[in-house]
Design a protein around this ligand. Structure first.
Ligand SMILES: Nc1ncnc2c1ncn2[C@@H]1O[C@H](COP(=O)(O)OP(=O)(O)O)[C@@H](O)[C@H]1O
Ligand SMILES: [Mg+2]
Length: 342
């Protein structure tokens, strides 16, 4: 397996570009995305439907739909491993042990004809974690307890569990081999509001206990405030603003898109928990506008925004990709204005 030294933490995505080829269009889903995660950190990835969040997570898992989706540029380095060029056998060994993904709908990841105990055991056996069945069984019980389910229920099938319990099973499977990175794609959206809070609280406890780094894809800013160290805001396949949660929630300056999403930023932690609807639609990803991709909806749009793709300006680790932020900011290494795909 090709490995490189990664001094910069656990995950480093640079200038990632992903497209889907459909019968009638070439969809530019991810367009020059940069993202870094340190070991044990929780990053909230926020953005409207269609922003490219799931595509980004699937790229890290190397699970883009075959023939339709493909990475056309950039690099993904996970724990020193070059994910884009790793062999298929290496990827199978990595999934579940180094990186796991929780999908939005728990039923898509559970097998309806296997008991939940067998499904957890299957992951442990696949990754050769235990020498004999007794140890596997003991670990299955331990993991079920860890996610708040009684081991006595391990011989039951998914349909015998409620939605919240099924998602706990999915989380148990994802964390069974203690991966260093967990990609949680809207893990609670399909659940009742009361159950959502319980499941998130449990995930947070587990994350702290196991020191797992998490990318939490969510629409709920209250969840970001309570659960994440950092937040990255995504629009039309790129990160337009990122920083620590503390910084983003207290900073005076933001990307106009973030301002639109958050409504009134000072009230964020108090009132505004959900993303605000913003006037206009996301641009068609098969026909993205030139310049800043947000310019067609931006209330602060100036001439340059229509033609030149803005680069990120960074102040104290808070990065904003907007022409209005240009002065005094420090360009992110390796970027040139307009140099990325538009
Ligand atoms: N299998 C696919 N075939 C074609 N287009 C796709 C496919 N999956 C996603 N897309 C498109 O890629 C863009 C990004 O989608 P996605 O990553 O699912 O966004 P998000 O998770 O932020 O809602 C959207 O325009 C979506 O329609
Ligand atoms: Mg999605």
């Amino acid at each position: 397996m090709k490995t490189t030294d990664s001094k910069n933490g656990l995950l480093k995505i640079e200038n990632l570009q992903v497209e889907y080829i459909t019968d009638d269009a070439r969809v530019f889903a991810v367009n020059g995305l940069n993202l870094e995660i340190e070991k044990g950190e929780t990053l909230g990835l926020v953005g409207e439907t269609g922003a490219g969040k799931t595509t980004t997570a699937l790229s890290v898992m190397r699970l883009l739909p075959p023939k339709v989706g493909r990475v056309i540029g950039g690099s993904i380095l996970l724990d020193g491993i070059d994910i884009i060029h790793a062999g298929e056998a290496d990827m199978r060994a990595l999934r579940g042990s180094l990186v796991s993904m929780i999908f939005q709908d728990p039923m898509t990841s559970l097998n309806p004809v296997l008991t939940i105990g067998d499904q957890i055991a299957e992951v442990l056996i696949f990754h050769d974690r235990y020498n004999n069945r007794t140890d596997v069984n003991r670990r299955v019980d331990e993991i079920l307890r860890l996610v708040g389910l009684s081991p006595e229920r391990k011989n039951e099938y998914p349909h015998q569990f409620s939605g919240g319990m099924k998602q706990r099973v999915v989380i148990a499977i994802a964390l069974a081999c203690e991966p260093k990175l967990l990609l949680a794609d809207e893990p609670t959206t399909a659940l009742d509001v009361t159950i959502q809070a319980q499941v998130l609280e449990m995930m947070k406890e587990l994350q702290e206990k196991l020191h797992t780094a998490v990318i939490l894809i969510t629409h709920d800013l209250g969840v970001v405030a309570q659960t994440c160290n950092r937040v990255a805001i995504m629009y039309a396949g790129e990160i337009i603003e990122t920083g620590t949660v503390d910084r983003i929630f207290h900073a005076k300056r933001h990307h106009p898109y973030t301002e639109g999403l958050f409504g009134s930023i000072p009230d964020l932690t108090k009132k505004t928990r959900r993303l605000n609807p913003i006037d206009g639609l996301m641009p068609d990803p098969s026909n993205l506008p030139a310049g800043c991709k947000f310019h067609t909806r931006c209330p602060k749009c100036i001439d340059i925004c229509r033609t030149i793709h803005p680069r990120s300006s960074v102040r104290d680790g808070h990065s904003i990709r907007c022409h209005l932020e240009g002065e005094g900011g420090v360009p992110v290494a390796g970027e040139t204005a307009g140099g990325e795909q538009t």
